[in-house]
Each structure stands twice: as structure tokens, then as C-alpha cells.
Design a binder for this molecule. Sequence first.
Ligand SMILES: [Cu+2]
Length: 138
Amino acid sequence: MKRLSLVILLLSMVSAQAAPFEVTGAWFRSLPGKLPAGGYFTAQNNSRRDVSITGARSDACGMLMIHQSSNKGGMSGMDMMETVKVPAGGQVAFATGGYHLMCEGAKMKIGTKVPVLINLSDGTSVAVAFQVKGAMGK
Ligand SMILES: [Cu+2]
């Protein structure tokens, strides 16, 4: 009897850890005035199927888009991305100089958290609390 409950406990711990899709280290860089806030995080796909991030939305943003920073012939810019693939068992970082969320019309306060819904190609979405930090990332 004791042994069975231990097994059940272990099983429930394992299943709690292995969420199919995880987002960690999520934060927004809040900039002064009407400048957009960049959103950064790491997406981890623990499932056996590739899945793509197809969009995101938040009440803290007038518009929330997926961007990729680019550098073409010394000109830095940003491209709009329809989807970003996170391979089975792999992870993708949304970080400065690469993929990021771009929050136009940002309504957020440094030191608070704002909820973001990240949509996935399998039809599910993941609710993530983004920590709002200042220009220096603090
Ligand atoms: Cu951007």
C-alpha cells in the first residue's frame, strides 16, 4: 500500500514537470513614451511533434506581433513572422537580436506582470505572465 502511493506520487510529479509546451523567462522591455515593448522568453517543446507559435495577444498591448530582427547589408530592421517553429524536443529563444514579440500601444508598468496568451499551431494556447522590466532589462 505504501509502495503504491509512492509510485503514484512519483508519476504525478513526472507528469507535472512534462508539460507539452513550456514558456520560461518571459519578460517585456518597457520603453518610455509611445515606443513599443519587446517581449522575450524561451519556448520549450516537450512533445514528440513539431509545433509552431502562430501568434500572441495581450490586453496590455494594442497590437502584439512576432518579429525577427534582421541585418541586411548593414541595415538592421525587423521582419514580421507568421509562425515560429519549435521542433519536437527542442527549444527556441526569443531574445534581443532575434525573434521577439513586439507590443505596440503598450500599457504596462515596470515591476508588474502582464498576462500574454501565446497561440500554437495545434490549436491550443499557453497563458504566460510576462515580467515588465525597464530599458536596461532590470
Ligand atoms: Cu520588433
